[in-house]
Design a protein around this ligand. Sequence first.
Ligand SMILES: [Zn+2]
Length: 267
Amino acid sequence: MSALTVTILGSGGSAGSPQIGGADGAGDWGELDQAEPKNRRTRPSIVITAPGGENLLVDTGPDLRLQLTSNKIKRIDAVFYTHAHADHIAGLDEIRILNRLLGAPMPTYADAKTLADLEKRFDYAFKPFVPGTFFFRPVLETHVIEAPQTIDLFGLPVLVFAQDHGFIPSLGLRIGGFAYCTDVKRFDEAAFGALAGVRTLVVDCFTRGDAHPTHANLAQVLDWVKRLTPERTILTHLGPTMDYGWGVSHLPPGVEMAFDGMRLEMN
Ligand SMILES: [Zn+2]
């Protein structure tokens, strides 16, 4: 049995970096040093690999195909959605290829509101699978989550809890000492309770600038770190002020920026 492994597929914000634009059209890097490869970021997503080797994909953003191929992940056993913003769901159609590799409808976990939003935008993925036919479209096998709830995935107890993402809620995940909290602006006391004792925290930190209406900024995250005292805090959903090199020289010990392809091993 190996340890729980987490692969950061994408560490960028909703537009990725560089985002479309720039003086010559090759991309707008904001305050990011384009010579630093870790500043090239796709949309936020992770894969959690269970000790038995099963892969749980968290969100299906628009960069999903490149994320899976560049990280050499050839099979996904279940999908979890944190919320239905486009940067977390726009790659849903790729699930049809994952269906073929799995040979079955894709077990898909989300809350009722997210599933309803997904069905509105990808209605064809919600039609029942006809056994014996080819996966010419994605087919989801849906499981409704009512946070807070602990679900069993591949023998792992996964605690799912609600987060405040500004105008809508999102879902956070806790497995043992690990937690993934993307797209969060505020934690209520229940969420702090769910995070108590976390050792490795991957958390939204869109900006080191002023407070943002839907995402945490660095000042907020550092307050959370003071309260939760994780051994390791990894910032994700990084926007155009979150230069990787700046982080290396300015972030306090135990706090670092994620990068695409980062792997975390946990016992
Ligand atoms: Zn969002």
